[in-house]
Design a protein around this ligand. Structure first.
Ligand SMILES: Nc1ncnc2c1ncn2[C@@H]1O[C@H](COP(=O)(O)OP(=O)(O)OP(=O)(O)O)[C@@H](O)[C@H]1O
Ligand SMILES: [Mg+2]
Length: 317
């Protein structure tokens, strides 16, 4: 909200307006100014100069009235502006809480899908595998077609099972629920290290004093996930470092991800859903999201959320 000019200015103006006439009066009285003016004006009576002071007085009164009107109008405008600002702020809060609810629903939905996949599909795959093992054992000779088909079903089942496990862990990382944010990130980094041996990954995490509440942990986790995907897709980096830091005053948890890749001119990027989604998630929690990058100078993102401790907390470092 723009600040109102400091109080010292109007006070200074009022002092000036009060002191000027006093000073004029003292100087005028000392120099007999009006008398001299009158005597001088009488010589030019035909020009009616002696009427000038009265005309000037009316002119000053007019100016004072005009200033007073402008002052009233300004107060009215200021009031309207404040009303609009308050309405905007309320709308912003509403949007933030809506965005938070959408994110929560999304996470709940993901969790439900992960459970469904794990329970329903997992059980069915398990049953298929048991049946195929039974068929393989009952098929007798090794070279028979039934034996080969049973083996193929077992292999396929194992493959589908590992795909489902990967999907469920992406939908709802078990490590995040059970161990906490730092461990879940470390767990993911181990996978990235395996997949991308050409990149050096560094990870540091401060110890949090208590458990981080679930929405914060999930938001930071998703930011790291998307940030890491971006590094792999866009950065062409050799070194990537991820850090989780805790600031006590004010209590804030920050996640910082930086790479030494090709970077980008931030003003010109065509923002996809990734960066936008990260910002929305973090701002919905009252946090801050910042990007820093220049061509050939890497990319850095930092997400900070107020540290909140709650009943629905997930384990933290
Ligand atoms: N680590 C990075 N290094 C260099 N450029 C990056 C990096 N991360 C993001 N960018 C740039 O920012 C752009 C926007 O990223 P964002 O994640 O929003 O979208 P995206 O990755 O292109 O698509 P998606 O919606 O699938 O995430 C990218 O297209 C890329 O140009
Ligand atoms: Mg992306």
């Amino acid at each position: 909200m723009p600040s109102i000019p400091s109080a010292s200015r109007p006070v200074g103006d009022i002092l000036l307006v009060a002191l000027l006439p006093i000073a004029t009066f003292i100087i005028g009285a000392g120099t007999e100014f009006s008398e001299r003016l009158m005597t001088g004006a009488q010589r030019f009576e035909r020009l009616q100069l002696d009427e000038l002071p009265l005309a000037l007085l009316t002119f000053s009164l007019g100016l004072a009235w005009f200033a007073w009107r402008r002052w009233r109008e300004m107060l009215l405008e200021l009031g309207k502006r404040r009303e609009i600002e308050a309405a905007l702020e309320a709308k912003q809060l509403e949007l933030r809480s809506l965005s938070r609810r959408v994110t929560e629903n999304l996470e709940n939905e993901r969790r439900a899908i992960a459970h469904e996949l794990h329970d329903e599909l997992g059980q069915s795959l398990n049953a298929i595998k048991i049946e195929s093992v039974f068929i393989r054992n009952a098929s007798g000779e090794r070279g028979s077609m039934t034996h080969a088909a049973a083996l193929s079903i077992i292999r396929l089942t194992d493959h589908v099972y590992s795909v489902v496990r990967d999907m469920t862990s992406r939908l709802r990382p078990v490590a995040l629920d059970e161990l906490g944010l730092a461990e879940a990130l470390e767990h993911d980094l181990a996978k990235w290290r395996q997949r991308l041996p050409g990149i050096e990954f560094d990870f540091k995490a401060d110890k949090l004093p208590e458990r981080l509440d679930a929405p914060c942990a999930i938001a930071l986790y998703r930011v790291a996930q998307e940030g890491m995907t971006n590094v792999v897709r866009h950065a062409d980096a050799r070194n990537v470092s991820l850090a989780l830091t805790f600031h006590r005053e004010p209590a804030v948890v920050s996640l910082s991800l930086r790479d030494d890749g090709r970077g980008v001119e931030l003003r010109t990027i065509r923002s996809g859903l990734g960066l936008l989604g990260m910002r929305e998630r973090i701002e919905a929690l009252g946090g801050a999201f910042q990007l820093e990058s220049q061509p050939a100078r890497g990319f850095r993102l930092e997400a900070s959320v107020p540290f909140a401790v709650g009943a629905n907390a997930v384990g933290a470092a």
